[in-house]
Design a protein around this ligand. Structure first.
Ligand SMILES: [Fe+2]
Length: 203
């Protein structure tokens, strides 16, 4: 931590986990860019479960929250895919392990990034849930906001999920975007971990 990481550095450091924007699993997406390409993280649906006023915290699951523990480390970078962004307002929210959303005090949080643009979410793995006649794959919801950059609302998925696109019941969502599908390390007993790079576009 504290080191300035390029998107590619993050990819190499976290082999076995993921790395958006860096043309990871190109087999999933037909329009995947060339390796090493630099482009902003794609937006995704806000969904109906956002609630304003979540606590300032990134440990969003209480110690007694049921489920498999999950740590998601991330770094937010500028449109050059290498400059860390401080002062980014992060909002994160998710369903519980059974796919249910709760009020602002459960599985929701906010934070502002320090100089290195990094964040670390301590939580449990969310569950898939029924919506629109089918299942939505498990996901974390985010918004990232910073002056001088486009506000990004997006979702992060998991590679071992059977409900990713094209099965995803939300056809306008982006669960087929390889750049936002985390490959987790770990297991149910010890906990899971993954990492992600978020690239914000200039305003
Ligand atoms: Fe959701």
């Amino acid at each position: 931590m504290g080191t300035l990481l390029s998107r590619r550095d993050l990819l190499l450091l976290t082999a076995g986990t993921l790395l958006p924007g860096c043309s990871g699993n190109s087999a999933i997406r037909a329009d995947a860019p060339a390796p090493g390409a630099c482009f902003p993280t794609r937006p995704d649906a806000l969904g109906p479960f956002f609630r304003p006023g979540a606590p300032m915290r990134m440990a969003i699951a209480a110690p007694g929250e049921p489920g498999e523990r999950l740590t998601v480390s991330g770094q937010i970078l500028g449109p050059d895919c290498s400059t860390p962004l401080d002062g980014v307002s992060i909002e994160v929210w998710q369903a519980d392990r059974d796919g249910k959303y709760h009020g602002v005090d459960r599985l929701r949080g906010r934070a502002t990034t320090p100089a290195d643009g990094m964040f670390r979410i301590e939580t449990v793995r969310p569950g898939a849930y029924l919506q629109g006649g089918g299942y939505r794959p498990a996901h974390l919801h985010f918004t990232f906001a910073r002056a001088g950059h486009k506000t990004l609302t997006t979702q992060i998925y998991f590679s071992d999920d059977p409900y990713l696109a094209p099965v995803d019941s939300c056809k306008s969502c982006g669960s087929g975007d390889a750049e936002r599908i985390l490959i987790l390390a770990g297991d149910a007993a010890a906990g899971w971990s993954g990492s992600v790079a978020i690239i914000l576009a200039a305003a």
